[in-house]
Write a protein that binds this ligand. Sequence first.
Ligand code: OXD
Ligand code: MN
Length: 552
Amino acid sequence: MYALDEKKWPGCLYHRTAKNDVARTEHLTYICTSKKEDAGPTNNWMDPAEAYHKAGAYFRGAMKGRTMYVIPFAMGPLGSPFTKIGIELTDSIYVVLNMLIMTRAGRDVLEQLGESDDFTRGLHSKADLSLEKRLILQFPEDNTIWSVSSGYGGNVLLGKKCLALRIASWLGRNEGWLAEHMLIMGIEDPRGRVDYIAAAFPSACGKTNLAMLIPPEHFRKQGYRVWTVGDDIAWIRPGEDGRLWAVNPETGFFGVAPGTNAHSNPNALAMVRRNTIFTNVLQTADGDVWWEDGEGEPPAEGIAWDGRPWKPGLVDESGKPVPGAHPNSRFTAPASQCPTISPEWSNPRGVPLTAIVFGGRRSRLAPLVYEAFNWRHGVYTGATMASEITAAQYGKQGKVRRDPMAMLPFCGYNMADYFRHWLDFGENMEKPPGIFHVNWFRKDERGNYIWPGFGENLRVLNWIIERSHGRASAVETPIGFVPAEEGLDLAGLEISPETIEKLFAVDPGDWLEELSGHRRFFEQFGERLPAGIREEYEAFSERLSAEKVGTR
Ligand code: OXD
Ligand code: MN
């Protein structure tokens, strides 16, 4: 790790991972339960005895001659009913420094834990960083995580994806709460009333940008403000008042650097100016960093993410531009440095949710926003979430990947049981929040985005809030309620009536095709798929066949 220039980047560090170790390795990530069915068809599964044996051999002697660090950490504010404790053993100083930003780590945690053995056991070694020996193993029955031969954040900061999503989703099912891949944000209206929203989007759909959104001028002038609570993980419990309450169990942001600029996310830029760890961005000899689609001109020369010399205009043998920063290069920054951090962000009670939002990247199908008819339909909407693959992910670009609740890589048990848990959860709730679906990524025939996105997304969130309080009108369609004409506040935005029409169009033909995708996805769960999901599928199929399309 290198210190960056103290004047330009006070307290900041630079780190470069191995070239084969720049993203989460889902194919080497396993849920290790005694019964294969408990991991379900969407997870890789390994028998726990086999997993301990196999990884045990990779761990043996791997830390020899290295320093072993012991990190006691808490996910969630100490003393909160939400909070879970973990202890990670690691031979990586990078892990230690990141965990100090991303979690509440230190002596207080050990004091809180006392003699209790109620904590997640985390073991990590970089070992030889080879793909052959890399395994990311979750043992939910033992409350244990083993991660070997990687140094990439999502694989090795065990509090994050491994504990706060995979293990926590299992704990949440047993204990009656939800661990979700969701941002949490507050929207303050001109009267000073704050509504909180939790929103799930697959990786690379702009969760960090949305969580730190800057209101468009029309809203800013009226006194609207956005407050950031979290950008990646929400732990959600029913409160005594019948509402749902959510906490962000983390204390930092591990965000993607490329694409972070003064237009997409000025708050993140301000946040990373100090005390931040940069991983795999472009580094310069004088202690500066830079990334593609960021701020300012690229430096005349630098060292690329892979350690090779780089200069602007560099191309590979086939003439393709060579980026200086890896597309998945990251910043790790303390939440407290985010200019819009909510005063409630570490409230042990969490924040009450007004609405839950699901979203994906769909260039044709899904309208800008729609509201589910009720909780059960909302669960179906989340369970059928899908997103088109982008350049930042493996797989064929443009192909649709089903990613229920954005939890496909993170659900620590059988996803059919996870759907059941969601359904039961709503049944026991007095005041379930509304469930909505958004799509910022609809395109026209020429392939151009038709919604400006970024700050303008507040217009949609505002409709969601108004609707949740029964103040906005809507039109019924087979997929749910869409805003009525004049429903969405578009003042100060130049957008034609034809574009609005296109943004909200619901094409029954396209949706019938989509429906067969739902069926194919659900088939893999067999008998384990809950009846509630089957019934929603049937009801949706009937609504579509009846072509009951609302007119706007
Ligand atoms: C992340 C992810 O790193 O979802 O947050 O991949
Ligand atoms: Mn994530």
